[in-house]
Ligand binder design. Sequence first.
Ligand code: PMT
Length: 412
Amino acid sequence: MKRLHGKHILLGITGGIAAYKSAELTRRLRDAGADVRVVMTRAATEFVTALTFQALSGNPVHTALLDESAEAGMGHIELARWADAILIAPASANFIAKLTQGRADDLLSTLCLATESPLAFAPSMNRAMWGDLATQANCKALQKRGYFQFGPESGEQACGENGEGRMMEVPDLINKLASCFESGELQALNVIITAGPTFEPIDPVRFIGNRSSGRMGFAMAQAAREAGAAVTLISGPTHLGTPDAVTRIDVETAEQMHEAVFDHLKHCDIFIAAAAVADYKPATTYEQKLKKDHDSLTLQLERNKDILYDVAHSKMRPFVVGFAAETEQLEENALKKLQKKNLDMIAANRVGKNIAEKQDIGFNSEYNALQVFWPEGQASLELARKDSLARQLIHLIASRYQQKKQHEKNTA
Ligand code: PMT
């Protein structure tokens, strides 16, 4: 189940006999490569101990909203941000009612309000409680809000009755959860993404490079893939593994990246330039290692071709998205690049040291924050992990792409 690999899953457990099945669910989520954190309501701890889930998830279990030690470690807002998805299994009738009302009187209900990630719930209760009009109305309301409902199933119940209300079986829950990450928004489209740094050789052992880790571009590749696109990832040197079902082409220099992009541009629908491409390269690459014979050394540099500019001005022009890495005047500089490079969209991130936020963001960090501009508008994507940001940005790109296509159709 590669689709859950590396995903942060927050498993919420509420009070119900099916809580014992959540132990197996925790194991299977981890087998699928997910990082699992468990949050239990007080009622859930009456059925299974927190220790069980701590052992199975390999992480501390969270049970209280106002717990000083937990807040000092990973507080409830950080926990909500951490989650790529929240799965509540089992979801009791009472908890479903609470969710519907938007109450926040314990840790799990608070996290459900605070999260911006997909939220799924697996109802589990007696068949009469499930059939009750109030429960039915609550579930409909949650589905309408975009929450995913998994199950319930029919069969023998713990109370001895037979009917609908059993929690969905673990393998099915895992399959359903994995499909929450597949939006299909870029179905049947070809997307090229550049990522990472470029290394411009000075001699056989030295080069001019930068601090890009490739994380942002790789996260974009994974998110585009999950949105249904066929993705070609053209990457400078990084240590990152290739996202599942993504075609990867490794390059070293800006020139090689330029060539690889143009080799694949013919069938490209969307081009996303997340790479930190060196603007300049040494005018001469020495064949032998340079000797330190002099007190100083001057390197002559010459401009590299601008890949993004060239794609946006090519005959095969796809929908073009750039990034802008800025240390100052973020908006002004990003808007200049949007116009000068003839882009459909630009995602600007602040890089460098003077960040007011707690985490370092931008280059070589797990986190980022983006200010996105397009000719008619803009959006802020708040500080979040790069994979979560990438999903938000892909969603934005997909909707702008569709609007542009619609506009072209209307004016044709
Ligand atoms: O890799 P990470 O550690 O995760 O860091 C992510 C990131 C900070 C590198 C990424 O979010 C980012 O901002 N990438 C673009 C960095 C950059 O080179 O920005 P720029 O403002 O110098 O360039 C503007 C745009 O032109 C970029 O889309 C860049 O890819 C493109 N460009 C630049 C020069 C060039 N010769 N060819 C290009 O295509």
